[in-house]
Design a protein around this ligand. Structure first.
Ligand SMILES: N[C@@H](CCC(=O)N[C@@H](CSS)C(=O)NCC(=O)O)C(=O)O
Length: 239
């Protein structure tokens, strides 16, 4: 008897969008071919649809882990192209979508399910999506590999992010794979156990963490002024 994650593995893939270093994930049930896409990017919708068609998948849901500030989501364009596709984002994001997600909600696809964990801090509406057997977690911008999302805009709060990671992600099994929404060094996957031990920010105490986050001195994302309004309607903005 295969474990749920083995049955899923045949159709689990991810791909990078170069300018924003965003990872988009495509998950599918190998039996029913029902699929979910996580954090699609407008510029890579054609690429994603080609893969969906090549694999013979039925794309049911486009889930955004939060209202991104650095790129426009592909969920609006996907809805225009795929009959029956629904968009989703957290209720706390303040964005509109077909499905507004809250803590504990589930997103089923075939025999599988993603469970929503609210993980605010980078933004108010950030969520982490955990596969039913807790073998995989899609952490959005909450937990990055050896890093985390910035907390200096969009209702960001270092203390909330610290609490989210420690209470909602570091409580997952050590071997749970961590798939972030971005990586700026080309790293693709980590584990909860690795990040709990080696994440240079989140291994610190709260006070030290807040100090690190207050001194990142990052530039504002280049596309923030167009991306946020578009993402507040999940990519169904006027073009
Ligand atoms: N230069 C990029 C934006 C880079 C950035 O700010 N990344 C965010 C996630 S996207 S809002 C972040 O949280 N980074 C954390 C870090 O430690 O780098 C652009 O112009 O788009």
């Amino acid at each position: 008897m295969e474990s749920p994650s083995n049955q899923l593995a045949q159709h689990f893939t991810y791909a990078l969008n170069e300018p924003s270093s965003t990872y988009t994930y495509l998950l599918a049930d190998s039996e029913s071919a029902e699929a979910v896409i996580i954090d699609p990017v407008l510029e890579t919708v054609e690429r994603d649809l080609m893969l969906v068609n090549q694999l013979g998948l039925t794309l049911k849901m486009a889930v955004n882990t939060h209202c991104h500030a650095d790129h426009i989501t592909g969920s609006g364009q996907l809805k225009r192209r795929v009959t029956g596709l629904q968009s989703a984002i957290s209720r706390l994001s303040g964005a509109s979508a077909d499905l507004l997600l809250s803590e504990g909600d589930t997103i089923p696809f075939g025999r599988h399910v993603l469970t929503v964990r609210e993980t605010p801090g980078h933004t108010d509406g950030c969520v982490t999506l955990v596969l039913g057997d807790q073998s995989l977690a899609f952490t959005g911008d909450t937990l990055l590999i050896r890093g985390c999302g910035r907390t200096d805009f969009q209702q960001g709060c270092a203390k909330r992010l610290y609490d989210s990671v420690h209470k909602k992600i570091f409580t997952l099994p050590d071997q749970c794979l961590v798939y972030p929404a971005h990586d700026y060094k080309g790293q693709t996957v980590s584990t909860v156990g690795e990040e709990r031990r080696f994440n240079p920010r989140l291994t610190k105490n709260l006070e030290e963490f807040i100090d690190i986050m207050n001194n990142l001195n990052l530039q504002k994302p280049a596309k923030i002024d167009v991306a946020v309004p578009a993402n507040l309607v999940c990519g169904l903005h006027e073009v």
